[in-house]
Design a protein around this ligand. Sequence first.
Ligand SMILES: *[C@@H]1O[C@H](CO)[C@@H](O)[C@H](O)[C@H]1NC(C)=O
Ligand SMILES: *[C@@H]1O[C@H](CO)[C@@H](O)[C@H](O)[C@H]1NC(C)=O
Ligand SMILES: *[C@@H]1O[C@H](CO)[C@@H](O)[C@H](O)[C@H]1NC(C)=O
Ligand SMILES: *[C@@H]1O[C@H](CO)[C@@H](O)[C@H](O)[C@H]1NC(C)=O
Ligand SMILES: *[C@@H]1O[C@H](CO)[C@@H](O)[C@H](O)[C@H]1NC(C)=O
Ligand SMILES: *[C@@H]1O[C@H](CO)[C@@H](O)[C@H](O)[C@H]1NC(C)=O
Ligand SMILES: *[C@@H]1O[C@H](CO)[C@@H](O)[C@H](O)[C@H]1NC(C)=O
Ligand SMILES: *[C@@H]1O[C@H](CO)[C@@H](O)[C@H](O)[C@H]1NC(C)=O
Ligand SMILES: *[C@@H]1O[C@H](CO)[C@@H](O)[C@H](O)[C@H]1NC(C)=O
Ligand SMILES: *[C@@H]1O[C@H](CO)[C@@H](O)[C@H](O)[C@H]1NC(C)=O
Ligand SMILES: *[C@@H]1O[C@H](CO)[C@@H](O)[C@H](O)[C@H]1NC(C)=O
Ligand SMILES: *[C@@H]1O[C@H](CO)[C@@H](O)[C@H](O)[C@H]1NC(C)=O
Length: 578
Amino acid sequence: MRVLSSLTLLVSLLSLNVFARSTTTVNGKRNNDKNHFVKQQGTQLMVNGSEFKYLGTTAYWLSSLNSDEDINATLGNISQAGFNAVRTWAFNDVDTIPENGTWFQTIQNGTAIINNGTNGLQKLDKVMELAQNHGIYVLLSLTNNWNPRPTDNINVTDPLNAFRFGTRDVLTNNSLPRGALSNDYGGMDFYVRQLGGTQEHDQFFTNQTLIDAFKNYTTHIVTRYANHPNVLAWELANDPRCNSSINASVGCVAQNVTRWHSTLAQHVSNLDPNHIVATGHQGFFCTGCPKLFFRQAPPSPRPSPAAGTRRSARVMPLTRERILKERREAFKKTRALAKKSGQSGEGIRIRGRWVSTPTRRQQDVGMGSAFDGSAGVDSEDINSIPQIGMTSFMLFPDQNSYGTDDPNLPPFNNTVEQGLQWIKTHTDSSRLFGKPVTMSGMGLVAQNNTQAFVPFNSTVAPFAGDSSPAFGPTQQQPFASQDQVNDAFSQWLQAGVLGGIQGMIQYQWSQTGLTTQPGTVISPISNDTTTSPVSNVPTRSGVSPNDGYGNQDVGALSQIVQQVGQGFVPDQNTQGTA
Ligand SMILES: *[C@@H]1O[C@H](CO)[C@@H](O)[C@H](O)[C@H]1NC(C)=O
Ligand SMILES: *[C@@H]1O[C@H](CO)[C@@H](O)[C@H](O)[C@H]1NC(C)=O
Ligand SMILES: *[C@@H]1O[C@H](CO)[C@@H](O)[C@H](O)[C@H]1NC(C)=O
Ligand SMILES: *[C@@H]1O[C@H](CO)[C@@H](O)[C@H](O)[C@H]1NC(C)=O
Ligand SMILES: *[C@@H]1O[C@H](CO)[C@@H](O)[C@H](O)[C@H]1NC(C)=O
Ligand SMILES: *[C@@H]1O[C@H](CO)[C@@H](O)[C@H](O)[C@H]1NC(C)=O
Ligand SMILES: *[C@@H]1O[C@H](CO)[C@@H](O)[C@H](O)[C@H]1NC(C)=O
Ligand SMILES: *[C@@H]1O[C@H](CO)[C@@H](O)[C@H](O)[C@H]1NC(C)=O
Ligand SMILES: *[C@@H]1O[C@H](CO)[C@@H](O)[C@H](O)[C@H]1NC(C)=O
Ligand SMILES: *[C@@H]1O[C@H](CO)[C@@H](O)[C@H](O)[C@H]1NC(C)=O
Ligand SMILES: *[C@@H]1O[C@H](CO)[C@@H](O)[C@H](O)[C@H]1NC(C)=O
Ligand SMILES: *[C@@H]1O[C@H](CO)[C@@H](O)[C@H](O)[C@H]1NC(C)=O
């Protein structure tokens, strides 16, 4: 198999002894040895004096599972697949306290109530304890940018909005349980709804009342786990940006989001000097934006030692000119290749949502929304904040544009190539900061997942060509096949390794055989004949929540991860024996 043979080559290139699993303990006894915290040292992560790298997956729903046994089994499977890290939500905000199921915080009448009971933070305690037993580090995300509700200016009679904003609220009258979708656990817009005078998303970043409320929450969570050796890092927020399901104010710019990162990074690092503070933004650039923190740094004294990494003397900040020049050069190369092999290269891009005709392609000389600051995120500026201990970015081609399509390449190849280029842009630019670089999310929607796919907050249906009326129940499913998803993952992970990346997290894990319980994330489906009529007898036919990225091909995923991991985290065979 082509993919695996090139991986073998990769493995032979790399002989770093960088892997570390956290010390396994018996009987869940906590190891408080400070040597086992994940620390930043220049461009590297360190554990116990050795370089540390991680490969992880996302299971945002872990603390919402209905039994400790399920949490343990899921973490066991994740470990067995070759991962040594998992990313999960450390927030679960509710406006109404649910009858069943997990919740962490409610804010009523301006007052926050933290749930530290057995259906509250004790669930997260359990996740941390069991992760430690399995030698898995946990990246804890403190809030979410996305939390759509039907009241958020959404036209509920437009059927396409079911796909844009989540079927739970819009079309099916709450038939999916709360928490089925990743954007369904509360988040910034929850704070805005409960506390914001003005109903604008960016109040969360700028209004002192809301900043204080979120600081209060982070104080609870961060102090609770400050001494836990298995915290990989604190991720301030998933995908923070100006826009969300509640509109942004017209004045919101990247600097507002950057200042918030600085305030919260200081807060968290003061509370917990043991652990790294990470960002959780998607890595968007804002070329030409005025900076608050970014200073062009001298070259790092310890450039990443990964084989294949060129040691450039001085990396310049990303500019519009450089982006366009690199693209022109890449297109020229593929055009020459296409000519040589007699391919026309003019295939219509099925997934293409940015450009659909050759004419438009040629005219589009813009940088694209990942580079022009339109999301209100300036990753170079945020990454420069002193308290941010590692830089990060994400790769979600189904929801973002990373560049103009190369007309000489078929659609899927454009997706892969733009992903490779995006990873390279970030691993290169990370050398500006002298910090470890990580990829905190990477996902591609497979055809089998089309029905489950709910973009966080699209305002245009993301999979339509310019002339077709968006995807809906009757449209054909234009997503990647499972084989293509595997191919893309494999190439992207390799690109990360070759770029000298310190950690990568795939999005997301899918787990079957879970305990069902009415009114929870793992609810029995109405016609499930295996559900016991006696409510307190658990049945184990539940499937983990899926927002469209749940990986249905765990076999292939774990094969890829184990292959990449051999070079990247070479000691994985010693798992559980450290
Ligand atoms: C967790 O799962 C592992 C197997 O992966 C098992 O050995 C262990 O006993 C389980 N621990 C608990 C507390 O259930
Ligand atoms: C919030 O205020 C309303 C109206 O005064 C009251 O009915 C409700 O009990 C209050 N909730 C809490 C949690 O105090
Ligand atoms: C939960 O929090 C309350 C209020 O802060 C505290 O009194 C109680 O001891 C806590 N319970 C547990 C189990 O941590
Ligand atoms: C809402 O969507 C429906 C169906 O697409 C459309 O007919 C109606 O005009 C829309 N309403 C508004 C206010 O946009
Ligand atoms: C901040 O939020 C508070 C509470 O909702 C509100 O009273 C105040 O007007 C807001 N401040 C600004 C500047 O919008
Ligand atoms: C945050 O904590 C401070 C100090 O304990 C308190 O005065 C304030 O009311 C809290 N804010 C919220 C929204 O709970
Ligand atoms: C999210 O939806 C709102 C309401 O339709 C819209 O104003 C906002 O621009 C959207 N944000 C993004 C990032 O698409
Ligand atoms: C947002 O940032 C801009 C640019 O720094 C600043 O002028 C503005 O006051 C900020 N807005 C708020 C509400 O803080
Ligand atoms: C497109 O990608 C496939 C799968 O990775 C590869 O086999 C094929 O050679 C690529 N085509 C071009 C024109 O690059
Ligand atoms: C909560 O669980 C109980 C016991 O299983 C069940 O009878 C009840 O319907 C559930 N509540 C909701 C809202 O689903
Ligand atoms: C169960 O319900 C689902 C969703 O409505 C349906 O697709 C499926 O065919 C049903 N299965 C049986 C056995 O009735
Ligand atoms: C995708 O769906 C098809 C048709 O339902 C099924 O045969 C196939 O096994 C699925 N593939 C995966 C990887 O789940």
